[in-house]
Design a protein around this ligand. Structure first.
Ligand code: CMP
Length: 139
């Protein structure tokens, strides 16, 4: 049994795709364990995306992820990390296959609706980052 962190990013919330995205993960058989709606501070966004620091899209990514509320969730299930990545689809929406979340709904690489942990190490780090016991809605 694995746990993974999924974020519905600001464009997903703005476009009212929260129910659609949760529905896809639920119908596949994954279990929703935790959920939290919050607006990321710049500091938390930089921590979350620390591996992308220095890349040419980094500033755009930080601006976007802090631009509105995100829904942070922990999902669990067998092979949940790889499985969720497959349901989400390729990072580049032009490569993401129809039937995946990005393949069906995303048009740009930055505004790609969803983040899902890419390894057990990332999942552990990201779950701790978003669910560390703080109940404040801004962090
Ligand atoms: P995510 O899965 O959250 O992980 C890193 C994010 O960086 C990715 O989704 C995209 O939103 C963004 N990203 C990755 N590669 C690029 C790129 N080449 N150009 C713009 N944004 C990117």
């Amino acid at each position: 049994m694995e746990k993974t962190l999924v974020l519905i990013k600001p464009d997903g919330v703005r476009r009212k795709l929260v129910g659609e995205i949760i529905g896809r993960l639920e119908k596949k058989g994954l279990d929703l364990e935790k959920a939290r709606m919050l607006v990321l501070s710049r500091a938390k966004a930089e921590e979350h995306y620390r591996d992308h620091r220095g890349k040419d899209f980094y500033e755009e990514l930080i601006q976007y992820i802090t631009s509105g509320p995100v829904l942070a969730m922990v999902w669990s299930g067998r092979n949940a990390i790889a499985l969720t990545r497959r349901l989400v689809g390729d990072t580049n929406p032009h490569e993401a296959l129809p039937g995946t979340i990005r393949g069906d709904f995303a048009l740009t690489t930055t505004e790609n609706l969803v983040h899902a942990s890419d390894s057990p190490q990332a999942a552990q780090r990201e779950i701790a980052l978003f669910f560390s016991g703080e109940e404040d809605d801004r962090f």
